[in-house]
Design a binder for this molecule. Sequence first.
Ligand code: LLP
Length: 436
Amino acid sequence: MTATRPAPEGTRLGELWRILPEEATASGDGVLEIGGVAVTELAERFGTPLHVYDEAGLRRQIRRFVDGLRDRWPNSEVLFASKSLPAVGMYRIAQEEGLSVDIAGGGELQLALAAGVDPARLHFHGNAKTDAELRMALDAGIDTIIVDNDDELDRLERLLERPQRLLLRVIPGVEAKTHASQATGGVHSKFGLPLDQAERAIARMQTHPLMRFEGVHLHIGSQILDTAQFAEAVAKISTVGTFGTYDVGGGLGISYTYAEEAPSVESYLDAIVAAARAYLPADARLLIEPGRSIVARAGVTLYRITTVKRTGRTFVAVDGGLADQMDIALTQQRYEAIIADRLHEPWTETVQLVGRQCESGDLLVDGAPMPPARVGDLVVMAGTGAYAYTMSNNYNGALKPAIVFVGDGDARLVTRRETYDDLLATHAPALAGALV
Ligand code: LLP
């Protein structure tokens, strides 16, 4: 049976293909396939909940950024904001596709190094880096530390034994139009130094014998859909002074819902580079740090329905929830979800798609249209490739899902599912291993 992208009457499937992974199709009998592998097969082989990534689409999206920025501003670098998907398999792909990588803590540093990322392509962020983390990063020989504050400069003064490249994070005073928890460029941000304090910190770095001050950094926030805000940030950063490097952060949003219309990578790059041409020195090095816009669309989460309850409202509950989709509670992110093994059936019900964690806020989709749900059906939540795995947790003893990469009809396990033994290993090590 040939794979297609059907749009049956009485569904919104036609619109959904836009937010599902690029390599998503439907088999002739109405089962969602990603990278040529049916979700039914994925669920059987790897279990649920499961994070599934379309590897070809992911690599294509990376190249849109890497080639697109190089074409527009050759003296440039695209850093993958690895907090969006800190998995060894992803760090490997980043390295293979020519991305540099930004890390925001010792754990991400360890994962990147374990994946074989060249330390010369690592940039270290954070507003509260510890001595131990800085020492680890310096020992590893990472390329750049993005300094957040004066206390960090005190630490570096104590720790530096050889020259180290540094950028300074500044607060541009750009209020990103996004959820408050994702806006990081406003005047009251906890990240970076206000513009009027930057000069002193820069002078300190420029006069220290081992500090190689290269330039300035900003990041105005995440899930931003208006490219003019990025251009505004570039204009703001130019006011700090004339330097060799300008890192203008990440933040490009994606389309999560049928209604949302995210800018393309190309129009984002056009906006940033037009502003760079207008405001930055022509020979400056331009860095960007996309995370979400690289990995979000390529990834979906696969669940199995465990309960269907009709109490006046229809509650369809799956075998995961808040523990693996934290941002629904944190940022009220809205998603679309479908029953993925009955794509040809009309969507005649609107349900509350809920998880299994003990919170009423564990509502995956508030009003999801679907065919009448049955226990055992497979549900796919679209656009969960960024920040879902990374913020997953053990609420109610939940186990963090596995990650698989699919492509060319094949699936490979990239990160295994946590086990009860993993839980016991931290809480009751003497008992770990005793479980089946
Ligand atoms: N650079 C810096 C310094 C960042 O803090 C971030 C994200 C990025 C780049 C990448 O931004 P992106 O391109 O992914 O928007 N937990 C939230 C997302 C927090 C984003 C944190 N910083 C969520 O689930 O939406």
